[in-house]
Design a protein around this ligand. Structure first.
Ligand SMILES: *Cc1c(COP(=O)(O)O)cnc(C)c1O
Length: 433
């Protein structure tokens, strides 16, 4: 390419993609911003067009449970940002996880998950998925070899959060990807806490990426959503492990998703069967808010990590605070991995331990003013939470400790306020402990 050729959208930098990928001026009205296509259905050109659409022989819009033009812009933007081939949106992060596993697994199959996950994911995998016959084995992810040891002939995937919530750990993504590759199973990364601005797991060997767009991507605490992105490089046909991708689909006249759609066959299947039959589609208005949020993702993430670093450094020197588990601190055992995988910053969600234990945690949460006490992360506002009494409440003590959410642990999600105000607020709260 000479310097005078126009760039293809996939060659743009992340900041450009965040603003432009997937969106064009509206062809009918010229509207520059992506309109909210608040419609359930779409008129067919004629009977033949309708038949082709239903048979998946042409691309187009039928019904918003499957595809919607506003949601489609978000799907393309996310695929571009993650460096993947294609994406499919869902009504929430958990719905995206459901679609992923529904597309991968048969009843009786197994997958291996890091035990350091979002509490809701542990519950989803450990209880509800088991009832569907999808068996999850949790392992300590710090030593990648633990994944290899847990692989059996029925293992169909490995699921991790590279930057894990809570606990401030960073996993050795490249090493885990190599183990998945050896076993010929896909590596799925939940990239919610890092976002594709700070980490692109596909570059390091991940095959599927899920994001809860509810958090940093929509970014303002306004809209639920999730998205599944596929790398397009996993070969589903090497052995008989993934019949859902390689066997004829009776409800589409025997169509085979991998053969027909190739490098975007997985997201096609998740959409054409998963969304069709279970229906957790993203609302167009939520897609609109998320598209708008993503436009400022790079600027917001830069601010989030700068504030998080400053707060973590402040807490680390406070006499009432024990360990601060932020991977951006040079004292963190994960600092080298953070530098390797997340050079722009180690996110803005981390935990600290209070020396005085459970009651001190309750006093701090109740003593701050600017920090909101609530169960979310990735808001523009700073948030504080005591996981043991909220998000990780359903877990056993042992699971809680393993997930880095013991009784003395406080979780912070650092927002975009003035750093002096955040530190002052924590100072006030800690004075009551
Ligand atoms: C919030 C979250 C989820 C679940 O997403 P929802 O949109 O709430 O369903 C999954 N993983 C992580 C890391 C999260 O923070």
């Amino acid at each position: 390419m000479t310097s005078h050729d126009a760039k293809s959208p996939w060659e743009y930098g992340d900041e450009t993609k965040a603003v432009h990928a997937g969106s064009q001026p509206d062809p009918v009205t010229g509207a520059r911003n992506t309109p909210i296509y608040q419609t359930t259905s779409y008129v067919f050109d004629n009977v033949e067009h309708a038949a082709d659409l239903f048979n998946l022989q042409t691309f187009g819009f039928i019904y918003s449970r499957l595809t919607n033009p506003t949601v489609a812009v978000l799907e393309e933007r996310m695929a571009a940002l993650e460096g993947g081939r294609a994406s499919v949106c869902a009504s929430s992060g958990h719905a995206a996880q459901f679609l992923t596993f529904y597309t991968l697994l048969e009843p009786g199959d197994e997958f291996i998950a890091s035990r350091n996950l979002y509490g809701g994911s542990i519950t989803q995998f450990d209880f509800s998925f088991r009832r569907l016959g999808w068996n999850c084995n949790f392992v300590d992810p710090i030593d990648p070899e633990n994944f290899r040891k847990a692989i059996t002939p029925r293992t169909k995937a490995i699921f991790i959060e590279v930057l894990a919530n809570p606990g401030g750990i960073i996993l050795d993504l490249e090493a885990i990807a190599a183990i998945a590759k050896d076993a010929h199973i896909p590596l799925i990364v939940d990239n919610t806490l890092a976002t594709p601005y700070l980490l692109q797991p596909i570059k390091w060997g991940a095959d599927l990426v899920v994001n809860s767009t509810t958090k940093f991507l929509s970014g303002h605490g306004t809209s639920m959503g999730g998205v599944l992105t596929e790398s397009g490089t996993f070969d589903w046909a090497v052995d008989d492990k993934f019949p859902s991708m390689t066997q004829p689909e009776p409800a589409y006249h025997g169509l085979t998703f991998y053969e027909t759609f190739g490098d975007f066959g997985f997201t096609m299947k998740a959409r054409a069967v998963g969304l069709r039959d279970f229906g957790p589609s993203m609302a167009p208005a939520n897609a609109f808010y998320t598209i708008t949020g993503i436009e400022s993702l790079p600027a917001r993430m830069d601010r989030h990590v700068k504030n998080a670093q400053a707060v973590a450094e402040y807490l680390e020197t406070h006499p009432k605070v024990g360990k601060v588990s932020y991977a951006g601190l040079s004292s963190s055992p994960y600092n080298d991995l953070a530098k390797k995988y997340m050079p722009k910053g180690a996110g803005s969600v981390f935990t600290c331990q209070l020396k005085a234990g459970y009651d001190a945690g309750v006093k701090l949460v109740e003593g701050v003013n600017l920090f909101s006490h609530l169960a979310n992360v990735g808001d523009t506002r700073s948030l504080i939470l005591h996981p043991a009494s909220t998000t990780h409440r359903q877990l056993t003590d042992e699971q809680r400790d393993a997930a880095g959410a013991g009784a003395d642990v406080i979780r912070l999600s650092i927002g975009q306020e003035s750093i002096e105000d955040l530190i002052h607020d924590l100072d006030v709260g800690l004075s009551k402990v």
